[in-house]
Ligand binder design. Sequence first.
Ligand code: FA5
Length: 338
Amino acid sequence: MHNDLHSIKEAVREEADKALSLQDIQDLKVRYLGKKGLLTAKLKSLGSIPREQRPEYGSLLNETKKYIEALLDKQEGIFKSVELSKSLQSQQIDVTVPGCFTPWGHLHPITKVLDEIVGIFISLGFTVEEGPEVELDFYNFEALNFPKDHPARDMQDTFFISDDVVLRTHTSSVQVRTMEKNTPPLRVIAPGKVYRCDADVTHIPMFHQLEGFMVDKHIRMSDLKGVLQLFIHRVFGRETSVRFRPSFFPFTEPSAEIDISCVICKGSGCNVCKGTGWLEILGAGMINPRVYEMAGYNPDLYTGFAFGMGIERVAMLKYGIDDIRLFPENDKRFLEQF
Ligand code: FA5
């Protein structure tokens, strides 16, 4: 019996010496020490040995088991450290290799222009209001003195969601919404997306506008002129001339379109300004008393002005871009220039 244990020890040592991998050692552990392993079976059969031989054989068996455990643990440790150093070598990082370049993104030109314009009006004491893009016909048209079936509605090619709901065609829809919630004095800008069924080199179906309005006692046309002149000089430079040209909007009376001297030819006439020396930049006017009535304000007490501009149009003039469709296309070659 003793010889039997001795030869097991020898056999394990020989096999451990021949092992080529961690897996070989782990297989040996299973074969000798596992649940169904040789030594485990011998320990289980201890009861079948004559009583007087049991203590000595038992202690020998334990000693053999400890010997094999220690031997295989040691070999396992050696293989593990070899495998570890192999994997560390294969994962070595060369800190001198140049890193991968991640290009920096930047703001879209429309966002830049919008931020600049909003910043100018905030510096003049205006606050920012927002309104929904899916808007009630009431705020987009009726409250702005465009009665149902009035021909003035044809000025804006509307996307209708239902008879009473539209995609807002202009940010003027924010005027009455704001007036209903606040009492004068009001000094508000409302930037945002608007939608029209319209597409060519100067028109796209989704574009951005910025509405501005001021309501208080004794607001005059000269206040409108002063605010807009200051804004235009900040965006296009002090040398830019500004002119007011009579126009029509149902929600302003009197109404005007505002032109600036051509940013390309400085007013001498070129193909961008079609030889006129002027470029239209926004619509404006004194708020029509009917709008105050719709909002629940006393039209005898308050006066005010409103203006609205297309942000893409301002960006086109500022950067000399001749096709508005470049903005929503998101071609990197175009966007990288800003
Ligand atoms: C209006 O939308 C009025 N709400 C502006 C206004 C506000 C007048 C307050 C008076 C008082 P208009 O339809 O002209 O006006 O549009 C204003 C600007 O939006 C235009 O000057 C133009 O720059 C821009 N715009 C209009 N349609 C498009 C379009 N399809 N694509 C891009 N820009 C457009």
